[in-house]
Unconditional design. Structure first.
Length: 88
């Protein structure tokens, strides 16, 4: 004999929950816009910050700086996620 478990009734979200979702989404949009902007301007950044190098090497170094942001993101998430869980 099979039985079907009845799920709990869904309750509407509170104003605080909506505020948290909005703030988290807005933070994510700003973060990805920042990465988009740097990626779009990598060639210009390469010329400005690595002017002493040839164009190819300068561009590679600019992209390595871009990659560093992606590499350290998980470590920042671990650190600041834990901090946010402890403090609130």
């Amino acid at each position: 004999m099979a039985s079907i478990a009845m799920g709990a009734k869904a309750r509407p979200m509170t104003a605080g929950e909506k505020k948290v979702i909005f703030a988290s989404s807005l933070g994510t949009v700003f973060e990805w816009y920042d990465f988009y902007l740097y990626g779009s301007l990598a060639a210009i950044i390469a010329k400005q910050f690595f002017a002493g190098l040839d164009a190819g090497s300068a561009f590679i170094f600019a992209l390595l700086a871009f990659a560093a942001g992606f590499i350290v993101r998980p470590f920042g998430a671990l650190l600041f996620g834990r901090l946010g869980d402890m403090i609130g």
